[in-house]
Design a protein around this ligand. Structure first.
Ligand code: PMP
Length: 431
């Protein structure tokens, strides 16, 4: 039964049982309509209400300011790796076009020529690479930009460099090589991208990077920050106003797969241009289903959306709000931290058996990555087999890095963390 299994998989991940019980009913016969949620039109009033409720839940949990929009999209985190490039490059180009237009008195040939040169010369996309997912995002950017120009992706940080070629640290901000941020002329980043929690490598930003929040008054001087929060969404408080864009797939902390959440500042949406100028420059226009402005304009119903998945996400948000009350994500943050601390304390107290992979200061509260007996294959297998025999499941590290990974998402209960803690102690005693 569900109660017997303690699942720590990295995603898809466990969901609160009451949400799944409600979900089973809603799948068959939603609110006594005689139809299941996967059967109804995405354009029906019922679907519209589900979208509105889910948006409201997210807005309350994260205190999302009114100058942000919430989009439901397809394609998962990976789809957003591409969407970020398509949309933010379009925004960069449009800003340059507007500037050229005002300086060149609307002479369209000259405007086109000036922006054409600027794109090749000045456009940069800054990536902080702290693990496998930000690496993948940066590679997608480089691949999409290849026809426009080489070296437009600036790897402002490759965290492997100071760490023996492996992820596991976030070097000091003084060492990051961010592109200049004066907007409108010279070399200029379209955005600075980072992954708040690296699911494979167990590296999490402890807080918002200081150098991305230089305390400037002028909005135009601030970098546009884009963050992937796929694997730590809703696990702690976030100051949304520091970001241009936050995105994440739902399938870890928020719900089931099929729906991607994007929180985007409205001035970004209103700067995504129609295709004509981009095409005149020989640059792609964002494909419609990845175009944030198109999706926003259509209330996230540009095409058929998985209403059932959005409903599940809304129920998870509702259950978080009900559980934590007014403390909202502060309450969840405390709980997530407490669960992670139980595990890390045991790992640290038994350091001859367990070796945590990332540096102490950047340890993820969501994905706890460690080796058993320095990665001895036979002992790690014994560890996993022993866990399995106690119904502790989903502990195998990502295939690219090996080792053990405990995923401690919101729906992992304290009871299950305690069961795992017992096992960690017992196993360490044996070795
Ligand atoms: N970003 C992060 C941090 C992830 O953990 C994942 C998936 N595990 C992705 C992006 C890719 O997400 P998806 O599978 O939804 O494309």
């Amino acid at each position: 039964s569900r109660e017997e299994v303690a699942y720590f998989g990295a995603g898809p991940a466990p969901l609160p049982t009451p949400v799944l019980e409600q979900g089973a009913k809603a799948f068959l016969n939603y609110e006594n309509t005689g139809l299941g949620l996967a059967e109804i039109s995405h354009r029906s009033p019922t679907a519209n209400k589900i979208l509105a409720d889910t948006r409201a839940g997210l807005t309350t949990l994260l205190d999302i300011p009114s100058n942000y929009d919430i989009l439901f999209m397809h394609g998962g985190g990976s789809g957003e790796f591409s969407a970020v490039v398509f949309n933010m490059v379009a925004v960069w180009v449009e800003n340059r076009r507007r500037r050229a237009e005002s300086e060149l008195n609307g002479d369209s040939d000259k405007i086109l020529e000036r922006v054409r040169q600027e794109v090749r010369r000045d456009l940069r996309l800054d990536y902080l690479v702290t693990g496998s997912w930000s690496l993948k995002a940066s590679q997608e950017a480089a691949s999409l930009l290849e026809p426009i120009g080489k070296d437009l992706v600036n790897i402002a940080l490759d965290a492997r460099k100071d760490n023996g070629g492996k992820f596991g640290s976030i070097p000091p901000e003084e060492n990051w090589k961010l592109s200049p941020r004066q907007r409108g002329q010279g070399i200029e980043s379209a955005f600075v991208y980072y992954c708040d929690n690296e699911t494979v490598d167990g590296v999490e930003f402890p807080s918002f990077p200081k150098s991305l929040d230089p305390g400037l008054q002028d909005e135009l001087e601030k970098p546009l920050v884009v963050a992937d929060m796929s694997s730590n969404f809703l696990s702690r408080r976030v100051d949304v106003s520091k970001y241009a864009v936050i995105f994440g797939g739902a399938q870890k902390n928020i719900g089931i797969t099929d729906v991607t959440l994007v929180i985007v500042r409205k001035d970004i949406l209103s700067t995504i241009p129609p295709p004509s100028f981009l095409h005149a420059l020989g640059i792609w226009s964002p494909p419609a289903i990845l175009n944030w402005a198109v999706v926003a304009k259509n209330n996230s119903l540009y095409n058929t959306m998985p209403i059932f998945s959005i409903w599940i996400a809304g129920q998870v948000m509702k259950s978080l709000l009900a559980f934590h009350g007014d403390s909202k994500l502060a309450g969840q943050e405390e709980l997530s931290n407490a669960k992670a601390k139980i595990i890390y304390d045991i790992l640290d107290a038994n350091s001859s058996t367990y070796q945590v992979v990332p540096h102490t200061s950047v340890r993820s509260r969501m994905n706890i990555c460690f080796r058993v007996c320095k990665g001895d294959a036979a002992i790690e297998k014994e560890f996993l087999d022993g866990a399995e025999s106690r119904m502790l499941q989903g502990l195998k590290g990502h295939r690219s890095v090996g080792g053990i990974r405990i995923s401690n998402y919101n729906a992992v209960s304290m009871t299950n963390v305690e069961k795992l803690a017992e096992y960690l102690k017992d196993f360490a005693k044996k070795h």
